[in-house]
Design a protein around this ligand. Sequence first.
Ligand code: HEC
Ligand code: HEC
Ligand code: HEC
Ligand code: HEC
Ligand code: HEC
Ligand code: HEC
Length: 443
Amino acid sequence: MNSIRLRSLPHLLLALVLTFAGIQQASAQEAATVKKEGVTPGATAAATPATVAAPAAGGGDAAAIAAGDALFKGNCAQCHAINEQVVGPALGGITKRRPISWLLPWIKNSSKVVASGDEYAVALYNKFNKQQMPSFALSDKEITSIVAYITSEEGKTAAVAGVTAGNAPAADGAAAGSGAEAGAGKYMDILLIVLVVVLIVLVVTLVIIGNLMKDVLRGRKDLDGRDIEILEQRFDWGKFYRSPVLRGIVGVVFALVLLYEGVQSVMAVGLNQGYQPTQPIAFSHKLHAGTNQINCAYCHTSVYKSKSANIPSANICMNCHSQIKTESPEIKKIYRAIERKQPIQWVRIHNLPDLAYFNHSQHTQVAGLQCQTCHGPIQNMEVVYQYSALTMGWCINCHREMPLNTKDNKYYDNLVKLHDTKNAGAPFTVSSNGGTECSKCHY
Ligand code: HEC
Ligand code: HEC
Ligand code: HEC
Ligand code: HEC
Ligand code: HEC
Ligand code: HEC
């Protein structure tokens, strides 16, 4: 009879753990429904301001948001984020800054809006160092879906902010929704902590009771052999370590980790994204191209004219530094290089393998791309790093998606006509013009 009570102890523990897991699951489900109630109305309320409601796309429509998500990632994400400035401004709250009647022509052709003398557009264009945003052959419906996506993301980021800030000021529907969610989240957290504490107390109490009972039983004389065996049983660690099941599991996990690391390092061969070597002189693009707004091509003189964008020689530095900061130890390094008639040994950062052909003028002069599209926010970099992956997939992805800059370029007129009659609606991308053929990039 005693042995029965003893044996049931592990069962009791197991039952407790199961109950706890059950409670946790239930509360997770509850949290999920709270989330649904809390956020959805907020998000739709935010996604349907008067400005978006105008065209047929319908602001909160999930399909439109999904379509907008894809369009945004394909066309805009390289320059824009919702909440932070990348190459272009953060797009969060755009419908509050600009009506849709302004956004449509802007996204289709921003330079036309700037050229028309629109006050807001000109100010923005100047603020972003006269960087031109590319034109997009998107329909009104596609643009509205992008805007719907942006607005829905605002809702989400507001929700995240709401959770971290606890009670963010309820500026709009989304923030109010997120406030409810944050409250529910906190409530769940407290409930969980209480449950864990209760469980720990229970386990400790049970262990104490178990030990007490063992002591009582040990004092009794009328136990048979089997009862004594149970009473004195200990967990055999030696047996546990030697068990083939454990060894098997450890072996498999080890092999998987090795395999994963191996695959990762093979994939990373020749991939230098983020590479940021220390340069021989502490030259700062932030100071020169950012603060002092020196044009990129002042130093990288051939970037619009030829295949490569040369690195400036010390003479170009001397145009200014024969006068500016002449006493600085870093500038003295330039003088020393000139005295010794030796070039400054800049460490090369971007470097495609010889098998690939890349031409700057084709991309900067002909396509009109911004340096930042490929090199990132150079004007904010103290020390330059490789921003893009520079893999074949990176080149080809852009060629598949980027519409060709065919305006005022007679060379393309007939090609575009031919393309449009064959695939109405699809944009005339670089790949429509053969930009994904192997021979274009490989000798
Ligand atoms: C190559 C970079 C680039 C890409 C790609 C790009 N933009 Fe822009 N965008 C800019 C820059 C730079 C500005 C700032 C204005 C200027 O300098 O012309 C801007 C401004 C804007 C503005 C005005 C923002 C404000 O605060 O008023 C909107 C809206 C906008 N972009 C939407 C889009 C959308 C939508 C897409 C994708 C379809 C897109 N942009 C793709 C660079 C880009
Ligand atoms: C005052 C001269 C100067 C200006 C202006 C300047 N650069 Fe540079 N740039 C340099 C020098 C010197 C280096 C080599 C040292 C280094 O990497 O910092 C360099 C390196 C680079 C590199 C890395 C080259 C490599 O090794 O792969 C890139 C990319 C680059 N510049 C882009 C730009 C862009 C984009 C701008 C305009 C926003 C710009 N630079 C403006 C002088 C300049
Ligand atoms: C068009 C003019 C111009 C050119 C060209 C130029 N610089 Fe500068 N540079 C400046 C200015 C302006 C400053 C900021 C001086 C200050 O902070 O008072 C500066 C500051 C610096 C500094 C920081 C000095 C210090 O100790 O604070 C370094 C280093 C430097 N430049 C290196 C270079 C190198 C290397 C080149 C050639 C690749 C170069 N600069 C080309 C204008 C120029
Ligand atoms: C379409 C993407 C793209 C654009 C746009 C672009 N670059 Fe590059 N840039 C590259 C690639 C790729 C390399 C590596 C080239 C190589 O290794 O042959 C590179 C290399 C460089 C280098 C190192 C020297 C060289 O030519 O290899 C400099 C400096 C540079 N770029 C500056 C600029 C400047 C300044 C602009 C804007 C005027 C610009 N780039 C625009 C992709 C781009
Ligand atoms: C951000 C977008 C973008 C990236 C990234 C990019 N390209 Fe391009 N590329 C273009 C555009 C746009 C054109 C079309 C230029 C024109 O109007 O002829 C082009 C054209 C070309 C052409 C000429 C194609 C033809 O039909 O004549 C070659 C070659 C090329 N790119 C190679 C590369 C290589 C190699 C890389 C990667 C290292 C690369 N590009 C990365 C946008 C890009
Ligand atoms: C838009 C330019 C572009 C086109 C088109 C292109 N490639 Fe590449 N390819 C590259 C670049 C850039 C690299 C170097 C990538 C790196 O260093 O990671 C490369 C690398 C390679 C490599 C070396 C393996 C590697 O990943 O480093 C092979 C093989 C290759 N390409 C085959 C092809 C074939 C086959 C085609 C036609 C189906 C093709 N490429 C089309 C740009 C291109």
